[in-house]
Design a protein around this ligand. Structure first.
Ligand code: T5A
Length: 214
């Protein structure tokens, strides 16, 4: 597939600032005249958003099995890629995506303990050779992200989702997973998300400038 647009993903644990900063990056790029699409996973199309609702719903009559969770993540991703991401990239639009396959490796692989080889097989089926051009890993201690996420939920009246009810040890494994991925893939840019927002955003701007020139 030819790919004139850039594909940028935002990763990290709960509440590290992905939604806040993806919007900021979109505005920064639009101010430079770049056409941008902001989207998210799981979700990003009506069908994938239906799957998201099932995945994030805090209480089901029966517990969701880890393999079911994994397959639903990739079902949503296959739909999102074919219906939204790939057509946008082909049209020269920059796609900014809140979470992508690195989240599956971190949450379902490192967090839930599913085999990384199984995840890789599904990844090949869903996305072939398509990889992000750049992945921003917003990194902060689990306790910082969780307390920000809780603060935001209180502010907006949002319900806790199924993942947010997991134990601290789960999120520590997820964070290790992201660190392992960042150490082995050069597309990652790690941003210290504990810093004040202005510092986070000035680091993002430096990387966006480089991507604009690439
Ligand atoms: N999932 C997802 C999987 O398990 N596998 C997968 O393959 C995929 C794709 C999705 C869930 O699904 C799981 C992971 C997730 O648990 P989600 O909607 O993406 O859920 O939810 P979260 O990742 O938890 O996103 P949140 O919206 O909770 O957090 P964000 O977007 O990281 O944080 P944000 O921007 O909302 O910020 C939180 C608060 O902190 C403040 C913000 O103003 C806001 O109030 N803030 C800062 N405050 C001070 N200094 C800073 N630097 C700040 N940055 C942000």
């Amino acid at each position: 597939m030819s790919k004139p647009g850039k594909f940028i993903t935002f990763e990290g644990g709960e509440g590290v600032g992905k939604s806040t900063n993806i919007q900021w990056c979109a505005e920064w790029l639009m101010a430079q005249g770049v056409e941008v699409l902001v989207t998210r996973e799981p979700g990003g199309t009506p069908i994938a958003e239906l799957i998201r609702n099932k995945l994030l719903k805090a209480h089901h009559a029966e517990p969701m099995m880890p393999m079911t969770e994994l397959l639903l993540m990739f079902a949503a991703r296959a739909q999102h890629l074919q219906a939204v991401i790939e057509p946008a990239l082909q049209n020269g639009i920059w796609v900014l995506c809140d979470r992508f396959t690195d989240s599956t490796i971190a949450y379902q692989g490192f967090g839930r303990g599913l085999e990384l080889e199984t995840i890789d097989t599904l990844k090949q089926l869903a996305q072939g050779n398509l990889e992000p051009d750049c992945t921003f890993l917003l990194d902060a201690p689990v306790s910082v992200g969780m307390s920000r996420a809780r603060g935001r939920s209180i502010e907006t009246g949002e319900q806790t989702d199924r993942f947010e009810t997991e134990a601290l040890a789960f999120f520590e494994r997820v964070r290790d997973g992201f660190h392992t991925l960042a150490a082995t893939h050069s597309r990652f840019v790690i941003i210290d998300a504990e810093q004040p927002l202005e510092r986070v955003q000035s680091e993002l701007a430096v990387s966006l400038e480089v991507l604009r020139g690439a």
